[in-house]
Design a protein around this ligand. Structure first.
Ligand code: SD4
Length: 343
């Protein structure tokens, strides 16, 4: 059994909602009505709206998640996804992404350099090659052949942050807790993807036909070793979609997610009858049971089942997710957690 000493009942009592309204609470989570999209962290709100532009016109979930994931990828203020992502310890910006559709088709790129939109390259891998994943130089070669522009991705801000990091050069990921108290004391919602954060966008959508797709894209852990790949581009770890059951995605320290094949686990637990929230919680607790020290890092799972029920669970409080459907496009929900980040 998980040793719960130190656990201070951090689970938020019910899905306290932020924003002007809320989706319908159902069971222990939120339920999408009709087509809808969910994604990790605060920056998911803007990404969801791009996805919603596709879904609200009857578009395909796959197109929606690609469009949505491209928003943080191109955001110059976001240092954890896409072109402005913080580099590895040698100063290389290397990006990871994957995408999966309702038929079980999937594509991924890992350790991709010089290309600002890895999610779109991942989709091309899915659609134009017999493979699921391309990495490193091969992924770059493929992207260039497909017409993606080669760019220098290290922004002046990312370079400055890397130069500052090099003074101590310690790889010590902080548990990312985007909004420590959800604005209760400061009135501020915090800085999406700001310094110190290392957030990934994982996005899941259901379209008007009831089909599911997902996308996940990241620059990975800042200051990682060159060649390090996390969970985000690995089908089953950072993302998994099964159109019969639902989809799941993850954020946080990817090594812990890979070890437990986290997103696949969440989907399989939903297949066995768990609600999305219960499935996410069990996956988090599996991580903690196998490795109790993981209480000091962050991992969060977000899931939706086939009927649109949404749930999430994280190791630490401070994990947020964004929900968007026909009723409300800018909902931000504090994810429940096993531990309080304020411990
Ligand atoms: C990784 N899971 O590369 C990603 C990073 C992340 O919040 O999600 N951070 O391990």
């Amino acid at each position: 059994m998980l040793n719960r000493r130190g656990l201070i009942g951090a689970s938020l009592a019910g899905p306290a909602m932020l924003g002007a309204g809320r989706a319908t609470a159902q069971g222990d989570g939120v339920r999408l009505t009709g087509p809808g999209v969910i994604s990790t962290w605060d920056f998911g709100v803007a990404a969801n709206q791009a996805a919603w532009a596709v879904l609200s016109k009857g578009g395909r979930a796959l197109d929606a998640v690609e469009a949505g994931a491209r928003i943080p990828e191109q955001d110059l203020k976001n240092h954890s996804v896409g072109r402005a992502g913080y580099p590895d310890r040698d100063g290389n910006v290397s990006l990871d992404a994957c995408i999966m559709d309702e038929l079980g088709n999937c594509g991924a790129v890992a350790a991709l350099e010089h290309i600002a939109h890895p999610i779109s390259v991942a989709r091309r891998v899915m659609e134009k090659t017999p493979h699921v994943m391309l990495v490193g130089a091969g992924a770059l070669q493929f992207a260039l052949e497909q017409g993606f522009p080669r760019e220098a991705l290290l922004t002046p801000e990312s370079r400055a942050a890397w130069e500052a990091w090099k003074k101590e050069a310690k790889y010590n990921p902080k548990a990312n807790s985007e909004v420590l108290d959800y604005g209760k004391t400061t009135g501020q919602l915090g800085t999406p993807g700001g310094a110190g954060n290392h957030d990934t966008i994982g996005m899941l959508a259901i379209d008007a036909k009831g089909n599911l797709s997902g996308a996940c894209t990241t620059s990975g852990m800042a200051w990682k070793m060159r060649g390090r790949v996390g969970d985000s581009p690995i089908i089953g770890a950072g993302l998994y979609v099964d159109n019969e059951v639902g989809g799941a995605t993850s954020t946080g320290v990817g090594e812990e997610v890979i070890r437990n094949v986290g997103s696949f686990l969440v989907v399989e637990l939903m297949r066995q009858g768990r609600s999305p929230e219960a499935a996410c919680r069990e996956a988090v607790e599996r991580i903690l049971k196998k490795k109790p020290q993981a209480k000091d890092i962050q991992v969060g799972f977000l899931a939706v089942n086939k009927s649109g029920e949404v749930g999430a669970w994280a190791i630490q409080s401070g994990f947020s997710y964004a929900v968007c459907d026909g009723r409300k496009q800018d909902l931000l929900v504090p994810g429940k957690a096993t531990y309080s980040a304020a411990r």
